[in-house]
Design a protein around this ligand. Structure first.
Ligand code: CMC
Length: 432
């Protein structure tokens, strides 16, 4: 087979370099520029990594133009309809769907790690009663590395696996504890007789005073949302986890850094921002005003839940959530019309006909409708990004494991185009 290459010519010197082209299984090929600096003394410049593949990965594939999302080759639509979140977490971690025995074993392993150390509970007392749960998450998840010295050797595959299981298992427990801290209720211990989502609902909404059984439809809705958020290839938080992990940092520290990155409103924080935006818009009659604000370059306002770096088509996850929104709202609110959902639908309709959004291929993303379901489930707005973090932990640990197991992985160390002062001499204080 002829090796594909591209030739780069510096017109000022006439010198050329030939660079190999790598083909993926799906998606665009990539020019391998690893020898470019050695050959030419030049870097490439790509702020925001718009054209840069930072690693090989076999976990998730996205075709942003066609609106396709595959986890380990399986279309997101099929997984959303047929799988459980733990099946999907297994798939992301190990590469294949589990058979019944493997799934039972995995569920057992995860449920064995759902409790948190009793002393970890005291960490929450250090936070103000109204601390944002994402702020608590960053601190408490990072602190897990102080508890598990027995499994922190990242060069030991078994240790890596145990850490991955611990993170997937403990995230709902820590998340629910954040909520309980905010509302001043006692923490609820996990119930391992319930499924992953049912147990999380129990830890959120049960109290020691009375029996609680999770609503099966709420459990189903949560399962769906967790599957849709489980992974999304090299997004900002996953790249953060990989970058932190590339130095050999432990997985709890890496995932804490991923949580911090996810919190931003351009990323996972958008689900919280969408609800705030819908509340601010308030009524269908105000939509035009807000569309105009979103288009105004002098106004910082953006239509939250709209647009995506990769999707230049309808986000397939948003399409699925939009479909189930009706069903969930009808069941949970016993009403076929829900003002927030109606407002979102109308906003979408108007934006999708507007030339500004059409030209820039700005479509609703996963965060546009997810908050409406979370709200209907009784989950407060400041917990929305935490929900995203629970689900994305499956993706974060899968990418971290993939990276550490890759014999070619090196510390990530981007270069820069320096635009500061040239060399200059120190000026004594009294002469400045
Ligand atoms: N409202 C108004 N204009 C927008 C929006 C928006 N939501 N998104 C992009 N644009 C415009 C942007 O101003 C730019 O216009 P121009 O070409 O005239 O300068 C053009 O569209 C391209 O946008 P960009 O900012 O260059 O695109 P990006 O790939 O750097 O940013 C994004 C992607 C998701 C950060 C951005 O679309 C955005 O801020 N969206 C709102 C926040 C949001 O919903 N984030 C959740 C993303 S999906 C879940 C996740 O990843 O966590």
């Amino acid at each position: 087979m002829v090796e594909k290459t591209v030739t780069l010519t510096d017109k000022s010197t006439g010198k050329s370099v030939e660079l190999p082209v790598k083909d993926g299984v799906l998606g665009p090929s990539a020019v391998d520029i690893t020898t470019l600096y050695a050959q030419t003394g030049m870097f490439t410049f790509d702020p925001g990594f718009v054209s840069t593949a930072s690693c090989n990965s076999a976990i998730t594939f996205i075709d942003g133009d066609e609106g396709i999302l595959l986890y380990r080759g399986y279309p997101i639509e099929q997984l959303a309809e047929k799988a459980s979140f733990l099946e999907v977490a297994y798939l992301l971690l190990y590469g294949d769907l589990p058979d019944q025995a493997q799934l039972d074993n995995f569920k057992g392993l995860i449920s064995r790690h759902t409790m948190i150390n009793e002393t970890l509970k005291t960490f929450f007392d250090g936070f103000r009663y109204d601390a944002h749960p994402m702020a608590i998450m960053v601190g408490v998840v990072g602190s897990l590395s102080a508890f598990y010295h027995d499994s922190l050797d990242i060069h030991n595959p078994r240790h890596r696996e145990i850490s991955a299981h611990r993170l997937i298992a403990k995230m709902p427990t820590i998340a629910a504890a954040c909520f309980k801290h905010n509302v001043g209720e006692p923490f609820m211990y996990p119930r391992n007789d319930l499924g992953y989502c049912g147990n999380f609902l129990h830890m959120l909404f049960a109290t020691p005073c009375e029996d609680y059984e999770p609503d099966p439809l709420a459990e189903k809705a949560l399962n769906l949302l967790f599957i849709l958020h489980a992974d999304h290839e090299q997004n900002a938080s996953t790249s953060t986890v990989r970058l932190a992990g590339s130095s050999g940092a432990n997985p709890f520290a890496c995932v804490a850094s991923g949580i911090a990155s996810l919190w931003g409103p351009a990323h996972g924080g958008a689900n919280e921002a969408v609800l705030a935006m819908l509340e601010e818009i308030g009524d269908v009659s105000n939509i035009d005003k807000y569309i105009a604000k979103a288009k105004d370059k002098d106004d910082a306002f953006r239509l939250m839940g709209f647009g995506h770096r990769v999707y230049k088509n309808y986000d397939p996850r948003a399409k699925i959530i939009r479909q189930v929104c009706h069903q969930v709202l009808d069941h949970l609110r016993s009403t076929s019309r829900h003002p927030m959902f109606e407002l979102a639908l109308r906003l979408e309709e108007i934006a999708l006909q507007d030339e500004y959004f059409v030209e820039r291929k700005l479509y609703p993303n996963v965060d546009f409708y997810s908050g409406i379901i979370y709200r209907a489930l009784g989950i407060p707005t400041n917990m929305f990004t935490v929900m995203f973090a629970i689900a994305r932990t499956a993706g974060w640990v899968s990418h971290w494991m993939e990276m550490i197991a890759d014999p070619q992985h090196r510390i990530s160390r981007p270069r820069q185009l320096y635009i500061g002062e040239k060399r200059r001499d120190f000026v004594p204080l009294n002469e400045r």
